[in-house]
Design a binder for this molecule. Structure first.
Ligand code: SF4
Length: 133
């Protein structure tokens, strides 16, 4: 699976709400896949990824909120010491993002401008191992 760095955050806090029906159905499928196999290899990608593929904000192959999401992607790379092109299991990448971002002040720093942040704050723990808390 190819993921932009900040989607390591969005996916593990996902609770079934998204931009529209097709996007949500697509997210449900990605979450089902990663829950079934947390060892699935994920490559950190710059630009359009497997989440963006069904997003209504993808226009001509580019995110309509490019500036905002680029800031979030860079923040995740820096906070976790990741690099574009890096491949590791979903679980390893997501756990690192959980520990280095959701458990620290980086959460506000990186996600502060996102429309979903209150929802993510209310989701105490993600479902990395298939156990939503
Ligand atoms: S196109 Fe933009 S808003 Fe849509 S999923 Fe991708 S990064 Fe997020």
């Amino acid at each position: 699976m190819k993921l932009r760095p900040h989607h390591l955050l969005c996916l593990q806090k996902y609770t079934g709400r998204g931009y529209d029906g097709p996007f949500t159905a697509h997210m449900n499928e990605l979450v089902r896949r990663l829950t079934a196999d947390p060892q699935e290899p994920v490559q950190l990608t710059q630009g359009r990824d497997d989440v963006c593929a069904a997003c209504p904000h993808l226009v001509d192959g580019r995110c309509a909120s490019q500036e905002k999401v680029t800031h979030m992607d860079r923040g995740v790379l820096e906070a976790c010491g990741f690099a574009y092109g890096q491949v590791d299991s979903w679980r390893a990448l997501a756990v690192s993002a959980e520990n280095k971002i959701f458990q620290t002040e980086q959460f506000n720093e990186i996600c502060g401008s996102c429309q979903w942040i209150e929802l993510c704050r209310d989701t105490r723990k993600g479902w990395i191992d298939g156990n939503e808390a």
